[in-house]
Design a protein around this ligand. Structure first.
Ligand code: 5AD
Ligand code: SF4
Length: 438
């Protein structure tokens, strides 16, 4: 039998990309590829790019530069670029870097096997348009499972057009997958041992998939998923404040399988900046929303994304953001220094001085870190549910996630991956908790 071909895949950025990479591994697996951790021995190197992170395309080109000697040493090696940078730059990538053999946008991953066939025949392989078919229809079902927790993409794209963001351009308009497919896929995952499903979408709570009786919102989907026996936990990410419908908030109060953690990015605490960002909500509307969510589920942990140094951000605007963070109290958060994305409206505006933005980012991150510690400390002494995901570093130790999405280390020599156990939290360290199985 011929040696299997080897695939090296590097994933940048968000959970959506992690999920997409897994699907590409599966679909190329059907073509005889096995994954390798060593780029030098790969027959195919695939870079799954993300446009959100700073300097995404520079990073891609410098990574591609580093692949040059590898390809020179192994002439049959194919190099592919996937993800949002592929979508945004398309054939330009190959023009700048002729060593690239294949460019594939997120809407075209189901075409990968066919594109590999084209490559083998010496044809070019560039697909970055938005084909009308549902790409989800063509990808093979997930076979490779890594542990008890899985992602399920329910929605893609975004119609919000925040002034700083490329997603509406690279991922296109919002598309929701139909309910029956998702339920079937979820049941399949549970049959294979999955206990926790995180519903994914750039704008997940705008979900409006076709279901019985018309379009279903996210809350209805969550409730239907909750009826699957053996599925213990449901999460969803990422949400927009303006799409937190009443029934979704209510589900946080009465749907036991919906976990008490919500990532609800606000980006800024200044009304002036929110307006300039085209967020279409004010800080007071965000406060009110948080109040209603907490009324439904008092122990919910909230997280957010923040951008500092958005064009025009003054000291007062930044102070408003710090004030919002203090007022809400977040369990964790991601923060970014604004960076201009070509083609977005904000990119036309005068940027804030880099030193000012750097100083603000540091100040904001210090506050977020303090809040994260505080949120971990209140867990000490509490009893939490944990699903073991992998063995810990020490012998006899297991690591899993709590209901509130904290990583928890437990000494449990009898523990197995996938066990859902009750744990008493005993201690907290910088990024995780430690507890004792009850
Ligand atoms: N500059 C900085 N951060 C950005 N994000 C999106 N676009 C930009 C940008 N141009 C951040 C937002 C978003 C997260 C995924 O990335 O905070 O919520
Ligand atoms: Fe980008 Fe999120 Fe705004 Fe959509 S809602 S434009 S994905 S930041």
């Amino acid at each position: 039998m011929a040696e299997p071909k080897k695939l090296f895949i590097k994933t940048y950025g968000c959970q959506m990309n992690v999920y997409d990479s897994e699907r590409m591994v599966e679909s190329l697996g059907a073509e005889g590829y096995v994954t390798t951790e060593v780029a030098e021995e790969a027959d195919m190197v695939l870079l799954n790019t993300c446009h959100i992170r700073e300097k995404a395309s520079e990073k891609l080109y410098s990574d591609l530069g580093r692949l040059k000697p590898l390809k020179a040493a192994k002439p049959g090696m194919k190099i592919g670029v996937a993800g949002c940078v592929a979508q945004a730059e398309g054939a330009e990538i190959q023009r700048r870097m002729p060593l690239v053999d294949l460019v594939v946008g997120p809407q075209s991953y189901h075409r990968l096997p066919a594109m590999m066939g084209d490559l083998a025949q010496g044809k070019t392989a560039i697909e970055t348009d938005f084909p009308p078919e549902d790409k989800f229809d063509h990808l093979p079902e997930r076979k490779v499972l890594r542990g008890p927790s899985a992602f399920l993409t329910v929605q893609e794209g975004c119609d919000k057009f925040c002034a700083f963001c490329v997603v509406p351009y690279t991922r296109g308009a919002e598309v929701s997958r139909p309910v029956d497919r998702l339920l079937t896929e979820a049941r399949g995952l549970v049959e294979k041992g999955v206990k926790e499903i995180t519903l994914l979408g750039q704008n997940v709570n705008a979900y409006h998939g076709a279901g019985e009786g018309g379009a279903w919102g996210l809350a209805r989907l969550v409730r239907a998923l909750a009826r699957i026996d053996g599925l213990e936990r449901i999460r969803y990410t990422t949400s927009h404040p303006n799409d937190m419908e009443d029934d979704l908030i209510a589900a946080h109060g009465d749907e036991a399988k919906l976990m008490p953690y919500l990532h609800l990015p606000v980006q800024s605490g200044s009304d002036r900046i929110l307006k300039a960002m085209n967020r279409k909500h004010t800080r007071d509307q965000y406060f009110l929303l948080i109040e209603r969510i907490r009324a439904a589920r008092p122990d919910i942990l909230l997280s957010s994304d923040f951008i500092v140094g958005f064009p025009g951000e003054t000291d007062q605007d930044f102070a408003d953001t710090m004030d919002l963070i203090r007022t809400v109290g977040f369990g964790s958060s991601f923060s970014f220094k604004y960076s201009a994305r070509p083609g977005t409206p904000a990119a036309e505006k005068e940027p804030v001085a880099a030193e000012v933005a750097d100083a603000r980012l540091q100040e904001l991150q210090a506050l977020i870190t303090a809040q994260q510690r505080a949120a971990q400390e209140v867990m000490v002494g509490r009893e939490v549910g944990v699903i073991y995901e992998k063995p810990g570093r020490l012998p006899g130790q297991m690591v899993g996630k709590s209901d509130h999405l904290h990583a928890v280390h437990v000494d449990d020599p009898d523990g197995r991956i996938g066990d859902l156990v009750r744990v008493r939290i005993k201690a907290t360290s910088s990024n995780s908790l430690a507890g004792q199985r009850l």
